[in-house]
Design a protein around this ligand. Sequence first.
Ligand code: TPP
Ligand code: MG
Length: 327
Amino acid sequence: MAQLVNLPPRVQETDLKGLLKQMWLIRYFEEKVDEFFAKGMIHGTTHLAVGQEASAVGSIAVLEGRDKITSTHRGHGHCIAKGAEVNKMMAELFGRTTGYCKGKGGSMHIADVEKGNLGANGIVGGGFSIATGAALTSKMRNEGYVVLCFFGDGASNEGSFHEAVNLASIWKLPVVFVCENNQYGMSGPVKEMMNVEDIAQRAEAYGIPGKVVDGNDVFDVMNGVGEAVERARNGEGPSIVEAKTYRWKGHSKSDAKKYRTREEEQEWRAKDPIARLRDVLVQEGLLTEEEADNIKAEAKKEIEESVEFAKDSPMPTIDDLMEDIYA
Ligand SMILES: Cc1ncc(C[n+]2csc(CCOP(=O)(O)OP(=O)(O)O)c2C)c(N)n1
Ligand SMILES: [Mg+2]
């Protein structure tokens, strides 16, 4: 874990307690979703990002409010970090009318355009062209915002990745491609899916910077992504930042995780990004043990309340069936 004194002003000036709170909100949100999915109260499918909280929170922490993101199928953490209301998110997963898509979209269709979240996406690699297009808009209209495009290791093997990164490079678009390398696609280990050690190396092929960061260290993520965002905002073009991390839970609803060992899981659990941030803040005297516990308890309460909000909200009726249909 990087020492606070060595961190650039952007970290020093950040509300670090706020970051810890966001990480706990994500952790508890995901755990509740897991619980109610198992109870049959959440339908469809969900992809949980427990263990990956630092890459979402650290990347978004260096953005300005006007900046935009595109998310993925594993996107609850990105949405929370970009300011989504957890009540509306939970209601959406419960299929209630108070949700972001009035209960018709579910886990992979949460967007909040007013907050700059251009949306999660059920299509692996679906965010690349949206992010690049939004960055082109920013440049053409001289609006000054940067777009942060989250994607997985698996998505970097999709054609859309290469098309978007190339175009962003030649047009010097203000987009930062943030790879959350959680070591697996659905079940395929990264090492068997590509012959490069780091996904960041792929940046070389497009003549742009590529950087690897410790995806479980929120400060390292902030530094790596922060540099790339500054570059993008200065008109110097896109970058790829690869955050090495790990998903603690299975890929989606049913996954016996036969493709990995319990020992490997334990090794990564020991690198818990939330515990790491908490410990540094306490060691540096920025937070007392009691304050840290309070932040955790507040987050837990907010998520429990979001479950109550969702449960108390109405289901869509048959009359809602043909509403909000565009094609
Ligand atoms: C175009 C497309 N191909 C395949 C799928 C099925 N699918 C859903 S998630 C996933 C794995 C994606 O892996 P990665 O990009 O590493 O993201 P992670 O699930 O690890 O967060 C696949 C193949 C899909 N949704 N869309
Ligand atoms: Mg992956």
